[in-house]
Design a protein around this ligand. Structure first.
Ligand SMILES: NC(=O)c1ccc[n+]([C@@H]2O[C@H](COP(=O)([O-])OP(=O)(O)OC[C@H]3O[C@@H](n4cnc5c(N)ncnc54)[C@H](O)[C@@H]3O)[C@@H](O)[C@H]2O)c1
Length: 259
């Protein structure tokens, strides 16, 4: 009977885990026993994220690397595995490129498109390509892809075309990947997030009519926290999550009901 949420003995790697959502996810998985590998492209963030988890009483190491660089990913994952053991759980959380800018497509330049595809599609594919063979070989694994409502819904004035392309692209890929690895004990699911706590100031200032319109539709009037996302990851990544794979679940306080 698959009912345990215990992650003792499991190693979880969270990309972009140094702050905000990724840190909340890492903290939650560590609270339930996982050893967390905190990745971030900014080394200080990886270090401070791992330190925060250890301060909570959890087990964590920092793994600074750029998920968009396949060689970097392969080398760094191998080094982390030598320290703490094979990766059982991967949370592909990094999805906002450093310095990325949301803007209307017609006002964008081609060089502004690539970062959203690089981080969401190539970055997540790099991670899965490196860790999935080990999971499949051991007959157990969990992958959670962090996406956004922007992967399936467009909002007038958001300027989210490239962000949406990155999120929709990787959501499409992970569904198919789930079919390949499921028979070998590995589940792959997507969590599509809505407005998060970090946007509170922008929403309260009223400078973004599109964000305020989405906020109006948020049934629970709740901005998401890393721990909200961590709770969903905990379920998907534990034994209790064994019955769900290949799915996209929307965590958004009830914005866009029915999703
Ligand atoms: N913030 C929101 O309102 C919101 C809404 C919907 C979905 N999301 C999604 O949630 C996820 C996390 O968002 P957040 O707001 O916590 O982001 P954030 O930017 O606050 O944190 C993400 C971390 O990723 C790191 N990072 C960036 N590029 C990287 C790379 N190439 N390799 C490794 N690490 C890298 C950054 O240094 C940063 O510390 C993203 O996938 C984002 O698209 C966020």
């Amino acid at each position: 009977m698959a009912t345990s949420f215990d992650l003792n003995g499991k190693v979880a790697l969270v990309t972009g885990g140094g702050q905000n959502t990724g840190l909340g996810i890492g903290r939650t998985l560590a609270e339930y026993g996982a050893t967390v590998v905190v990745n971030d492209v900014i080394p200080e963030r990886a270090e401070s994220g791992a330190a925060a988890i250890r301060d909570d009483g959890g087990s964590a190491i920092a793994a600074p690397f750029d998920i968009t660089d396949y060689e970097d990913v392969a080398t760094a994952v191998k080094a982390a595995e030598q320290q703490v053991g094979p990766v059982d759980i991967l949370v592909n959380n990094a999805g906002l490129p450093i310095g990325g800018q949301m803007l209307p497509f017609l006002e964008s330049k081609p060089e502004q498109w690539r970062p959203y595809i690089d981080i969401n599609v190539y970055g997540s594919l790099n991670m899965m390509h490196v860790v999935l063979p080990g999971m499949v070989e051991r007959g157990w694994g969990r992958v959670v892809q962090i996406s956004s409502g922007s992967g399936s819904v467009a909002s007038r004035g958001l300027g989210g075309s490239m962000y949406g392309a990155g999120k929709a692209g990787i959501e499409g890929a992970v569904r198919h990947i789930a079919t390949e690895v499921g028979p070998r004990g590995v589940t792959v699911n997507t969590l599509a997030l809505g407005l998060m706590e970090k946007l509170r100031e922008t929403i309260e200032s009223g400078v973004s009519p599109v964000l305020n319109a989405i906020w109006q539709g948020n049934i629970m009037q709740h901005l998401g926290t890393g721990e909200d996302v961590g709770a969903a990851c905990l379920w998907l990544c534990s034994e209790a999550g064994e019955f769900i794979t290949g799915q996209t679940m929307h965590l958004n306080g009830g914005s866009f009901p029915g999703r």
